[in-house]
Ligand binder design. Structure first.
Ligand SMILES: Nc1ncnc2c1ncn2[C@@H]1O[C@H](COP(=O)(O)OP(=O)(O)OP(=O)(O)O)[C@@H](O)[C@H]1O
Length: 870
């Protein structure tokens, strides 16, 4: 149930004043009681923290103004002093001082605001607490409300008025500054006291340590000196401790006095606050004071605890000091007893200790040595192994790292190598392609040049043949030898009947009732013309041999006319044979790019119409050979053919043949050969272009002397030889005549010589007859016979020659065509112009006879036996 208030009464200021004072009195009593209880709890004696007894509350005098009225009045009047409340202050002037301080700090406005708020709180508290408990408060409340209202009014007025005077503020500031200084000083004292306490603690610890050190000393001499020092130190420390104790006591007293002052200040503040707050503010001040008191009490308690601790420590130090003094006394007494033999004992002890020390050193050295030995042992065994292993591991690691690096490098190098190989491969392929292209181009060029060469070769051959044909297939050269020694004499040269009129004409002077006569030949070589000049005339035929033609070069003339000189030549001045063979080898070498050429040769002798192989030594009549016609032309079965590759082999072969040659001295010429010497060279040229084979044959013939039988005077075997020789030469004449007359039958078989030369005198061959004559007058008759015989031979037209070619199928004389080889020689008796003519395309038979006389007419005109004018 809510309290039932009485009906509000009329405001009675006296009653309100009494009620308020009563409330203040109650409050003050409660505060004092509280303070006493707090002091009791703090253990402070009442005499030390004596609370000031408030004056007995006295009732207001009749003439005193009411509180509120006076206060408002004072403010309004703008008095320099703070307004008085009109009733007796609880703390008198201190309250006033405190109030001034608060105003100085907070300002008068704020002071009033705080005062107003506290008044409202007190009013509220009165309403809620005291009001309910005290029925009289009900009547007070309106008065308080009124007072509060007055306060508001006062506040407004104060705010509208001027601020407090500087003097008032200075006074307040001074009071505040004193209080702050007091607090600061108190704090300093506390701090100083703390630091001193800490110093005492450290000093105590140091003393303990010193005491422990002193207790641990065993050496007597040191202990004695230490003891003396320690006693002195302890005495000093004791003095210091005593001084500190006195100091601490002073500090403690000072702290107590400070505390008392602080308590007094607190009480003053409390009284001031109580006065200022008009009783309602006392509670707040009390709370502050309580808090401050608690804080101070805590500090005091801490100080007291520390003080007690220090006192205990001091007591401990004092006991320690007394113990030390006692020990010192004991030690002194002992020392006094031990004094007579102290030095000796000390020396003995020192010696003993030195011995012990030496022993200890020795033991230490031994232990060190053992340790070193042990370490070395460990180092040498285990540690060494471990270090070795570590080194090895480190080395392995390093090697592995290096190996890894090398692998990386190797990999890098391999990749570079691969790239390089690829590049090399590419370059190589490119080079191969280029090389192949160049090779193809070269092959094309080679083929081109070969074809060109072949065309040129064919042209050359054609022209060569044309030249030869123009010159005549039987070319007749006349060579006049110089006089030999036995022919020389007084006027012999001037009386020579033979004169070389020109290169083609020879004139025989009139002799023996016969008129001068000119003989025309393809070439007349004067006596002063050497072997080379002669060979130049036949060299073209040598080329024809390599072209596949059959060529015969024969030397005709009377004995001693120079046949052997012309064909063989003396040493150092070779004749046609060696020159021709040298030329063959040379030409074969020049053609080696196109032709593969092989040479073989034979040397035979026709003596008395018998054929002897001069490469076979000691040939007998039973070894007589015969001439036959084979698929490759005329050949001598059983005749030895020797392959020759160079001039050395040829020379050796010829020398061998010559040694086997039958020579007989005659009365005409002691060296006159009575047989026909035939050196045959067989040439086989195979074309590298198309395999075509060209087979040529060269007969180099040194005919036997052609002198007439009547002049030789031969008898018996010599006559028989002469007859045989004459027969063969006559047969040669007959063949030439038949060829000249273009007879259907050519009498090749009439002699071994003509039979052997059958394929070299026909239309497929080329022949050169070199008629050798002596310039001597004594031989003029024989010379004329020889010239006439040669002249007839020159008139023979053999027709166009035809090469023996495997490509020649009876028509083509070129290098191309069929590969089948057809023997070149035509059947006997069929060497007609039609069959014997070379069939080079586009060529026609070219007559070289012109104005020449036919062989028949020439031979008919010639004198001599057997149709050859002999
Ligand atoms: N052109 C020449 N120059 C110099 N001397 C020559 C010439 N021709 C021949 N003679 C010399 O004439 C002599 C006879 O020559 P050669 O022996 O060659 O005659 P031949 O006709 O061969 O005789 P044979 O029929 O007896 O063999 C030799 O001493 C030779 O040196």
């Amino acid at each position: 149930m809510p309290p039932q208030f009485k009906k509000p009464l009329e405001y009675d200021p006296a009653l309100a004043q009494q009620t308020l004072q009563k409330s203040y009195a109650n409050s003050d009593a409660a505060i004092v009681a509280k303070k006493r209880s707090l002091l009791a709890e703090l253990g402070l004696a009442d005499e030390e923290y004596e609370l000031e007894d408030e004056d007995e509350e006295e009732p207001l005098d009749e003439d005193e103004e009411p509180l509120l009225v006076n206060r408002a009045h004072n403010h309004i009047n703008g008095q320099a002093s703070l307004p008085s409340y009109g009733y007796r202050d609880l703390f008198g002037k201190e309250m006033e001082s405190r109030r001034r301080q608060i105003i100085d700090v907070k300002g008068y406005d704020q002071y009033l605001v705080d005062l107003l708020e506290r008044s409202q709180e007190q009013l509220q508290a009165l309403r809620s607490e005291q009001g309910l408990q005290c029925p009289g408060n009900v009547e007070v409340i309106p008065a308080l409300q009124h007072e509060l209202k007055a306060l508001h009014e006062e506040l407004k007025q104060l705010r509208s008025q001027q601020p407090p005077s500087p003097d008032t503020i200075d006074v307040s500031r001074g009071a505040s500054s004193d209080l702050v200084q007091q607090v600061t000083m108190l704090q300093r004292q506390l701090t100083s006291r703390d630091s001193k306490l800490r110093e005492m603690e450290s000093e105590t610890a140091r003393l303990k340590a010193l005491l422990a050190d002193k207790k641990g000393t065993s050496d007597i001499a040191t202990r004695r000196s230490d003891t003396d020092g320690m006693v002195e130190e302890l005495q000093q420390e004791l003095a210091e401790v005593k001084a500190r104790e006195a100091q601490y006591q002073q500090q403690l007293a000072k702290a107590r006095s400070d505390l008392a002052a602080a308590e007094a200040n607190a009480r003053a503040q409390q009284a001031m606050l109580a006065a200022e707050s008009q009783g309602d503010q006392v509670a707040a001040l009390q709370r502050q004071l309580m808090a401050l008191s608690e804080e101070r009490n805590g500090q005091v308690a801490d100080l007291e605890a520390e003080l007690r601790q220090k006192q205990v420590q001091i007591q401990q130090l004092q006991s320690t000091k007394s113990d030390a003094l006692a020990a010192m006394k004991e030690m002194k007494s002992r020392m006094s007893l031990m004094k007579p033999d102290t030095d000796a004992t000390t020396r003995v002890q020192l010696q003993r200790m030195q011995a012990q020390l030496d022993e200890l050193h020795a033991m230490r050295e031994g232990v060190l040595e053992e340790l070193v030995a042990f370490q070395s042992e460990i180092f040498s065994d285990k540690t060494l192994t471990q270090m070795t292993r570590m080194v090895r591991d480190r080395e392995i690691s390093r090697v592995r790292t290096a190996q890894s690096d090398l692998r990386n490098k190797l990999s890098d190098m391999e990749s570079r190598l691969r790239d390089a190989r690829d590049e090399v491969q590419a370059v190589r392929q490119e080079a191969e392609q280029t090389s192949r292209i160049r090779e193809l181009e070269a092959q094309g060029q080679i083929a081109h040049y070969r074809e060109k060469w072949r065309v040129e070769f064919d042209k050359r051959r054609k022209l060569h043949n044309t030249v030869l044909e123009l010159k005549g297939n039987i070319r007749v050269l006349c060579r006049v030898r110089p006089l030999v020694d036995k022919e020389r004499g007084a006027g012999a040269e001037g009386a020579m009947p033979i004169k070389c009129v020109s290169e083609e004409m020879l004139r025989v002077a009139a002799m023996e009732n016969k008129a001068e006569k000119d003989f025309e030949f393809d070439r007349v070589l004067a006596p002063d013309e050497g072997q080379d000049k002669l060979y130049d005339e036949v060299a073209a035929l040598i080329t024809s041999v390599l072209d596949g033609f059959n060529v015969a070069i024969m030397a005709y003339g009377q004995t001693g006319s120079g046949k052997t000189f012309t064909m063989e030549g003396p040493e150092g001045n070779p004749g046609v044979n060696l020159r021709a063979l040298a030329d063959l080898f040379k030409l074969a070498e020049e053609r080696s790019a196109v032709f593969t050429t092989t040479f073989s040769a034979s040397v035979l002798e026709i003596y008395n119409e018998q054929i002897y192989d001069l490469l076979v030594s000691g040939a007998q009549d039973g070894d007589k050979l015969d001439v036959k016609q084979g698929s490759d032309g005329m050949y001598v079965p059983g005749l030895k053919l020797e392959e020759v590759h160079n001039m050395g082999e040829v020379t050796a072969m010829i020398s061998r043949g010559k040694s086997n040659r039958s020579t007989f001295a005659t009365n005409m010429n002691e060296h006159s050969s009575r047989s026909h010497l035939v050196l045959s060279v067989y040439v086989n040229c195979v074309s590298k272009l198309n395999g075509t084979a060209l087979r040529g044959k060269l007969h180099l013939i040194d005919l036997a002397g052609s002198e007439r039988l009547s002049r030789t005077g031969a008898q018996g075997d010599r006559l028989k030889e002469a007859q045989a020789i004459n027969k063969s030469l006559s047969a040669l004449g007959d063949v030439i005549q038949a060829l000249q007359q273009r007879n259907a039958h050519i009498p090749y078989r009439n002699s071994k010589l003509t039979r052997l030369l059958e394929d070299s005198l026909g239309g497929n061959s080329k022949c050169v007859m070199i008629v050798n004559v002596s310039p001597a007058a004594e031989n003029v008759s024989e010379t004329k016979c020889s010239l006439e015989f040669a002249s007839r031979a020159r008139k023979v037209e053999l027709g166009r020659a035809r090469a023996n070619s495997s490509a020649d199928n009876g028509g083509s004389g070129g290098l191309t065509g069929s590969t089948s080889f057809t023997p070149s020689p035509a059947p006997s008796g069929r060497t007609t112009p039609a069959s014997g003519r070379a069939t080079i395309a586009g060529e026609s038979s070219i007559s070289r006879v012109g104005s020449r006389e036919t062989m028949t007419s020439q031979m008919r005109r010639s004198s001599g036996p057997s149709g050859m004018g002999r």
